[in-house]
Design a protein around this ligand. Structure first.
Ligand code: NAP
Length: 308
Protein backbone atom coordinates (compact mmCIF):
# COMPACT_ATOMS: atom_id res chain seq x y z
CA UNK A 1 0.00 0.00 0.00
CA UNK A 2 1.51 3.32 -1.09
CA UNK A 3 0.60 6.57 0.61
CA UNK A 4 0.11 8.32 -2.72
CA UNK A 5 -0.27 6.94 -6.24
CA UNK A 6 0.27 9.49 -8.98
CA UNK A 7 -1.23 8.73 -12.36
CA UNK A 8 0.79 10.49 -15.04
CA UNK A 9 4.53 11.09 -15.17
CA UNK A 10 4.61 14.52 -16.79
CA UNK A 11 5.71 17.76 -15.12
CA UNK A 12 2.62 17.89 -12.85
CA UNK A 13 2.90 14.26 -11.72
CA UNK A 14 6.65 14.33 -11.19
CA UNK A 15 6.49 17.59 -9.26
CA UNK A 16 3.79 16.04 -7.06
CA UNK A 17 6.16 13.10 -6.49
CA UNK A 18 8.96 15.46 -5.42
CA UNK A 19 6.73 17.27 -2.92
CA UNK A 20 5.14 14.08 -1.56
CA UNK A 21 8.53 12.40 -1.06
CA UNK A 22 9.91 15.49 0.67
CA UNK A 23 6.90 15.24 2.99
CA UNK A 24 8.01 11.70 3.82
CA UNK A 25 5.24 9.85 1.96
CA UNK A 26 5.68 6.68 -0.08
CA UNK A 27 4.95 7.44 -3.72
CA UNK A 28 4.28 5.45 -6.86
CA UNK A 29 4.14 7.21 -10.25
CA UNK A 30 2.37 5.38 -13.08
CA UNK A 31 3.02 6.50 -16.66
CA UNK A 32 1.68 4.86 -19.80
CA UNK A 33 3.94 6.30 -22.55
CA UNK A 34 7.14 7.97 -21.51
CA UNK A 35 8.08 9.91 -18.40
CA UNK A 36 8.27 13.66 -18.90
CA UNK A 37 4.92 14.01 -20.69
CA UNK A 38 4.06 16.30 -23.60
CA UNK A 39 6.91 18.68 -22.91
CA UNK A 40 9.42 16.08 -24.09
CA UNK A 41 8.13 16.85 -27.62
CA UNK A 42 9.13 20.52 -27.34
CA UNK A 43 12.46 21.18 -29.06
CA UNK A 44 13.29 24.12 -26.80
CA UNK A 45 11.64 25.45 -23.66
CA UNK A 46 12.54 29.08 -23.08
CA UNK A 47 9.96 30.19 -20.54
CA UNK A 48 10.61 27.91 -17.60
CA UNK A 49 12.09 30.06 -14.83
CA UNK A 50 15.73 29.38 -14.13
CA UNK A 51 16.47 28.04 -17.62
CA UNK A 52 17.16 30.40 -20.50
CA UNK A 53 16.79 27.49 -22.87
CA UNK A 54 16.49 23.77 -22.31
CA UNK A 55 15.18 20.96 -24.48
CA UNK A 56 11.85 19.51 -23.39
CA UNK A 57 13.42 16.05 -23.31
CA UNK A 58 16.17 17.17 -20.94
CA UNK A 59 13.71 18.93 -18.68
CA UNK A 60 11.58 15.76 -18.56
CA UNK A 61 14.65 13.65 -17.74
CA UNK A 62 15.67 16.03 -14.98
CA UNK A 63 12.22 15.97 -13.41
CA UNK A 64 12.20 12.17 -13.41
CA UNK A 65 15.74 11.99 -12.04
CA UNK A 66 14.85 14.33 -9.19
CA UNK A 67 11.72 12.37 -8.21
CA UNK A 68 13.64 9.06 -8.34
CA UNK A 69 16.57 10.44 -6.35
CA UNK A 70 14.12 11.39 -3.63
CA UNK A 71 12.83 7.82 -3.50
CA UNK A 72 9.68 7.85 -5.62
CA UNK A 73 8.91 4.58 -7.36
CA UNK A 74 7.78 4.50 -10.98
CA UNK A 75 6.12 1.95 -13.25
CA UNK A 76 5.33 2.07 -16.96
CA UNK A 77 1.67 1.09 -16.68
CA UNK A 78 -1.53 2.47 -18.15
CA UNK A 79 -4.00 3.19 -15.36
CA UNK A 80 -7.48 2.30 -16.59
CA UNK A 81 -9.63 2.98 -13.54
CA UNK A 82 -9.90 3.60 -9.82
CA UNK A 83 -11.75 1.55 -7.22
CA UNK A 84 -12.45 2.75 -3.71
CA UNK A 85 -12.05 0.18 -0.94
CA UNK A 86 -12.02 0.20 2.84
CA UNK A 87 -8.29 1.04 3.13
CA UNK A 88 -8.15 3.62 0.34
CA UNK A 89 -8.00 3.23 -3.44
CA UNK A 90 -6.96 0.60 -5.90
CA UNK A 91 -5.54 1.82 -9.18
CA UNK A 92 -6.49 -0.64 -11.91
CA UNK A 93 -4.20 -0.96 -14.93
CA UNK A 94 -4.81 -2.02 -18.52
CA UNK A 95 -2.21 -4.79 -18.11
CA UNK A 96 -4.26 -6.36 -15.30
CA UNK A 97 -1.88 -5.09 -12.62
CA UNK A 98 -3.29 -3.11 -9.70
CA UNK A 99 -1.75 -0.88 -7.04
CA UNK A 100 -3.18 0.13 -3.67
CA UNK A 101 -2.78 3.65 -2.32
CA UNK A 102 -4.36 5.76 0.37
CA UNK A 103 -4.62 8.81 -1.89
CA UNK A 104 -4.43 9.32 -5.64
CA UNK A 105 -3.30 12.29 -7.72
CA UNK A 106 -4.55 12.29 -11.30
CA UNK A 107 -2.06 14.09 -13.53
CA UNK A 108 -3.05 12.49 -16.80
CA UNK A 109 -2.32 15.53 -18.96
CA UNK A 110 -3.76 15.76 -22.42
CA UNK A 111 -3.18 14.16 -25.81
CA UNK A 112 -2.84 15.83 -29.23
CA UNK A 113 -6.12 16.87 -30.84
CA UNK A 114 -6.79 15.70 -34.41
CA UNK A 115 -8.15 17.89 -37.22
CA UNK A 116 -10.95 15.43 -37.89
CA UNK A 117 -10.27 15.19 -41.64
CA UNK A 118 -11.18 12.21 -43.81
CA UNK A 119 -8.22 9.76 -43.99
CA UNK A 120 -6.34 11.60 -41.20
CA UNK A 121 -6.12 8.50 -39.02
CA UNK A 122 -5.22 6.22 -41.95
CA UNK A 123 -2.37 8.54 -43.04
CA UNK A 124 -0.98 8.99 -39.54
CA UNK A 125 2.57 7.71 -39.79
CA UNK A 126 2.45 8.02 -43.60
CA UNK A 127 2.69 11.79 -43.85
CA UNK A 128 0.47 12.91 -41.00
CA UNK A 129 2.18 13.52 -37.66
CA UNK A 130 1.36 15.05 -34.29
CA UNK A 131 5.00 15.43 -33.21
CA UNK A 132 7.45 17.53 -35.24
CA UNK A 133 10.28 16.74 -32.86
CA UNK A 134 9.74 12.98 -33.23
CA UNK A 135 9.07 12.83 -36.98
CA UNK A 136 10.55 16.02 -38.44
CA UNK A 137 13.81 14.34 -39.51
CA UNK A 138 11.90 12.13 -41.98
CA UNK A 139 11.01 15.24 -43.97
CA UNK A 140 14.48 16.70 -44.46
CA UNK A 141 14.66 18.62 -47.74
CA UNK A 142 10.94 18.17 -48.37
CA UNK A 143 7.93 20.54 -48.19
CA UNK A 144 5.59 20.28 -45.22
CA UNK A 145 2.54 21.93 -43.71
CA UNK A 146 2.03 22.78 -40.03
CA UNK A 147 -1.49 23.52 -38.79
CA UNK A 148 -2.26 25.55 -35.67
CA UNK A 149 -1.89 29.00 -34.18
CA UNK A 150 -0.52 28.34 -30.69
CA UNK A 151 3.04 28.15 -29.41
CA UNK A 152 3.28 24.48 -30.36
CA UNK A 153 2.53 25.19 -34.03
CA UNK A 154 4.94 28.15 -34.09
CA UNK A 155 7.66 26.10 -32.45
CA UNK A 156 7.07 23.14 -34.75
CA UNK A 157 7.24 25.39 -37.83
CA UNK A 158 10.51 26.91 -36.57
CA UNK A 159 12.01 23.49 -35.96
CA UNK A 160 10.93 22.12 -39.34
CA UNK A 161 12.14 25.22 -41.19
CA UNK A 162 15.68 24.30 -40.17
CA UNK A 163 15.66 21.14 -42.29
CA UNK A 164 12.62 21.13 -44.56
CA UNK A 165 12.64 22.65 -48.04
CA UNK A 166 9.52 24.72 -47.35
CA UNK A 167 7.12 25.08 -44.43
CA UNK A 168 3.56 26.36 -44.78
CA UNK A 169 2.03 27.35 -41.45
CA UNK A 170 -1.73 27.33 -41.73
CA UNK A 171 -3.90 28.99 -39.10
CA UNK A 172 -7.63 29.58 -39.15
CA UNK A 173 -7.51 33.10 -37.65
CA UNK A 174 -5.89 36.37 -38.75
CA UNK A 175 -3.42 36.28 -35.87
CA UNK A 176 -1.52 33.71 -33.87
CA UNK A 177 -2.25 33.04 -30.25
CA UNK A 178 1.23 31.65 -29.51
CA UNK A 179 4.20 33.49 -28.07
CA UNK A 180 5.17 36.69 -29.93
CA UNK A 181 8.89 35.85 -29.75
CA UNK A 182 8.31 32.59 -31.65
CA UNK A 183 6.19 34.34 -34.29
CA UNK A 184 8.86 37.01 -34.81
CA UNK A 185 11.56 34.37 -35.23
CA UNK A 186 9.38 32.53 -37.73
CA UNK A 187 8.71 35.65 -39.82
CA UNK A 188 12.48 35.93 -40.41
CA UNK A 189 12.73 32.46 -41.98
CA UNK A 190 12.85 32.70 -45.81
CA UNK A 191 11.46 29.20 -46.38
CA UNK A 192 8.33 29.73 -44.26
CA UNK A 193 4.97 30.86 -45.66
CA UNK A 194 2.33 31.95 -43.17
CA UNK A 195 -1.16 31.20 -44.46
CA UNK A 196 -3.66 32.93 -42.18
CA UNK A 197 -7.46 32.71 -42.17
CA UNK A 198 -7.11 29.33 -43.82
CA UNK A 199 -7.99 25.74 -43.08
CA UNK A 200 -6.91 22.37 -44.42
CA UNK A 201 -9.98 20.77 -46.00
CA UNK A 202 -8.65 17.65 -47.67
CA UNK A 203 -5.71 15.27 -47.59
CA UNK A 204 -4.35 14.15 -50.96
CA UNK A 205 -2.39 11.05 -51.88
CA UNK A 206 -2.59 7.28 -51.96
CA UNK A 207 -0.83 5.21 -49.35
CA UNK A 208 1.19 8.24 -48.27
CA UNK A 209 0.32 11.92 -48.09
CA UNK A 210 1.14 13.86 -51.26
CA UNK A 211 -0.58 17.15 -50.57
CA UNK A 212 -3.33 19.06 -48.84
CA UNK A 213 -6.19 21.23 -50.05
CA UNK A 214 -6.32 24.53 -48.20
CA UNK A 215 -9.32 26.84 -48.16
CA UNK A 216 -8.77 30.57 -47.67
CA UNK A 217 -11.59 33.11 -47.91
CA UNK A 218 -13.67 30.71 -49.99
CA UNK A 219 -10.88 29.84 -52.47
CA UNK A 220 -9.27 26.41 -52.50
CA UNK A 221 -5.61 25.74 -53.30
CA UNK A 222 -3.72 22.46 -53.41
CA UNK A 223 -0.28 22.40 -51.79
CA UNK A 224 2.10 19.62 -52.77
CA UNK A 225 3.62 18.56 -49.44
CA UNK A 226 4.96 15.31 -48.05
CA UNK A 227 4.19 16.03 -44.41
CA UNK A 228 1.33 17.47 -42.38
CA UNK A 229 2.14 18.33 -38.78
CA UNK A 230 -0.97 18.88 -36.70
CA UNK A 231 -0.47 21.17 -33.67
CA UNK A 232 -3.98 22.27 -32.75
CA UNK A 233 -3.84 21.78 -29.02
CA UNK A 234 -4.64 18.88 -26.81
CA UNK A 235 -7.58 17.14 -25.24
CA UNK A 236 -7.74 15.68 -21.74
CA UNK A 237 -7.47 12.00 -20.99
CA UNK A 238 -9.83 11.75 -18.02
CA UNK A 239 -12.56 9.42 -19.27
CA UNK A 240 -11.33 6.39 -17.29
CA UNK A 241 -11.75 8.35 -14.05
CA UNK A 242 -15.07 10.03 -14.82
CA UNK A 243 -16.72 8.35 -11.82
CA UNK A 244 -14.36 10.05 -9.36
CA UNK A 245 -14.28 13.44 -11.09
CA UNK A 246 -16.67 16.05 -12.31
CA UNK A 247 -15.82 16.62 -15.96
CA UNK A 248 -16.65 19.81 -17.82
CA UNK A 249 -18.03 19.85 -21.38
CA UNK A 250 -14.56 19.47 -22.88
CA UNK A 251 -13.63 16.58 -20.58
CA UNK A 252 -11.39 18.53 -18.19
CA UNK A 253 -11.65 17.77 -14.45
CA UNK A 254 -13.50 20.56 -12.66
CA UNK A 255 -11.35 21.29 -9.61
CA UNK A 256 -10.39 24.51 -7.93
CA UNK A 257 -6.91 25.90 -7.42
CA UNK A 258 -6.63 23.59 -4.39
CA UNK A 259 -6.70 20.60 -6.80
CA UNK A 260 -9.33 18.72 -4.75
CA UNK A 261 -12.11 16.75 -6.43
CA UNK A 262 -15.56 15.66 -5.26
CA UNK A 263 -14.02 12.30 -4.24
CA UNK A 264 -12.22 12.22 -0.89
CA UNK A 265 -8.58 11.26 -1.37
CA UNK A 266 -8.54 11.96 -5.12
CA UNK A 267 -6.70 15.06 -6.36
CA UNK A 268 -6.08 16.40 -9.83
CA UNK A 269 -3.10 18.31 -11.24
CA UNK A 270 -1.83 19.76 -14.49
CA UNK A 271 -3.28 20.02 -17.98
CA UNK A 272 -6.13 17.57 -17.24
CA UNK A 273 -7.64 20.10 -14.80
CA UNK A 274 -10.08 22.78 -16.00
CA UNK A 275 -8.14 26.06 -15.92
CA UNK A 276 -7.38 29.16 -17.92
CA UNK A 277 -3.62 28.84 -18.41
CA UNK A 278 -1.98 25.56 -19.36
CA UNK A 279 1.74 26.04 -19.12
CA UNK A 280 4.64 24.07 -17.73
CA UNK A 281 4.77 26.49 -14.84
CA UNK A 282 1.08 26.02 -14.00
CA UNK A 283 1.46 22.24 -14.31
CA UNK A 284 4.31 22.12 -11.80
CA UNK A 285 2.38 24.53 -9.58
CA UNK A 286 -0.57 22.15 -9.59
CA UNK A 287 1.74 19.23 -8.81
CA UNK A 288 2.97 20.96 -5.66
CA UNK A 289 -0.52 22.01 -4.56
CA UNK A 290 -2.04 18.56 -5.18
CA UNK A 291 0.77 16.78 -3.33
CA UNK A 292 0.45 19.05 -0.31
CA UNK A 293 -3.34 18.62 -0.37
CA UNK A 294 -2.90 14.83 -0.49
CA UNK A 295 -0.41 14.93 2.38
CA UNK A 296 -2.86 17.07 4.38
CA UNK A 297 -5.63 14.60 3.62
CA UNK A 298 -3.49 11.67 4.83
CA UNK A 299 -2.63 13.61 7.98
CA UNK A 300 -6.34 14.20 8.54
CA UNK A 301 -5.67 17.93 8.49
CA UNK A 302 -8.09 18.93 5.81
CA UNK A 303 -11.10 17.29 4.30
CA UNK A 304 -11.41 17.67 0.55
CA UNK A 305 -14.04 20.21 -0.30
CA UNK A 306 -16.65 19.44 -2.94
CA UNK A 307 -16.30 21.40 -6.16
CA UNK A 308 -19.20 23.77 -6.70
P1 NAP B 1 -3.18 26.01 -28.00
O1 NAP B 1 -2.48 27.17 -27.40
O2 NAP B 1 -4.45 25.52 -27.41
O3 NAP B 1 -3.40 26.36 -29.54
C1 NAP B 1 -4.11 25.51 -30.37
C2 NAP B 1 -4.25 26.20 -31.71
O4 NAP B 1 -4.86 25.29 -32.61
C3 NAP B 1 -5.09 27.45 -31.66
O5 NAP B 1 -4.49 28.44 -32.43
C4 NAP B 1 -6.41 26.98 -32.27
O6 NAP B 1 -7.04 27.97 -33.02
C5 NAP B 1 -5.97 25.91 -33.23
N1 NAP B 1 -6.99 24.91 -33.45
C6 NAP B 1 -7.70 24.20 -32.53
N2 NAP B 1 -8.53 23.33 -33.14
C7 NAP B 1 -8.36 23.52 -34.47
C8 NAP B 1 -8.93 22.91 -35.61
N3 NAP B 1 -9.83 21.94 -35.53
N4 NAP B 1 -8.51 23.34 -36.83
C9 NAP B 1 -7.58 24.30 -36.94
N5 NAP B 1 -6.98 24.91 -35.91
C10 NAP B 1 -7.37 24.52 -34.67
O7 NAP B 1 -2.24 24.70 -28.05
P2 NAP B 1 -0.66 24.55 -28.07
O8 NAP B 1 -0.06 25.42 -29.09
O9 NAP B 1 -0.40 23.08 -28.15
O10 NAP B 1 -0.20 25.05 -26.64
C11 NAP B 1 -0.74 24.45 -25.45
C12 NAP B 1 -0.13 25.15 -24.23
O11 NAP B 1 1.25 24.81 -24.14
C13 NAP B 1 -0.22 26.66 -24.37
O12 NAP B 1 -0.49 27.21 -23.11
C14 NAP B 1 1.16 27.05 -24.84
O13 NAP B 1 1.53 28.36 -24.49
C15 NAP B 1 2.03 25.99 -24.17
N6 NAP B 1 3.27 25.74 -24.93
C16 NAP B 1 4.43 26.25 -24.47
C17 NAP B 1 5.61 26.04 -25.17
C18 NAP B 1 6.91 26.57 -24.66
O14 NAP B 1 7.84 26.78 -25.39
N7 NAP B 1 7.03 26.78 -23.38
C19 NAP B 1 5.62 25.34 -26.37
C20 NAP B 1 4.41 24.83 -26.83
C21 NAP B 1 3.24 25.06 -26.11
P3 NAP B 1 -7.71 29.27 -32.35
O15 NAP B 1 -6.58 30.23 -32.09
O16 NAP B 1 -8.66 29.70 -33.39
O17 NAP B 1 -8.39 28.79 -31.10
Amino acid sequence: MYDIAIIGGGPAGLTAAVYARRAGRSVLVLEKDGFGGQITHAARVENFPGFFSISGAELGDRLLEQAMALGAEAELEEASGLRRDAAGMTVLCASGASFAARAVILATGAKPRALGLAREEELTGSGVSYCALCDGAFYKGRPVVVVGGGSSALQDALLLSETCERVYLIHRRDRFRGERALEEALRKRPNVELVLEAQVRELLGGEALQGVVVERRGARRALAVDGLFVAVGAQPDNAAFAEQLRLDGAGYAAAGEDCTTPTAGVFVAGDCRAKAVRQLTTAVSDGAVAALAAVGYLDGLSAPRPVS
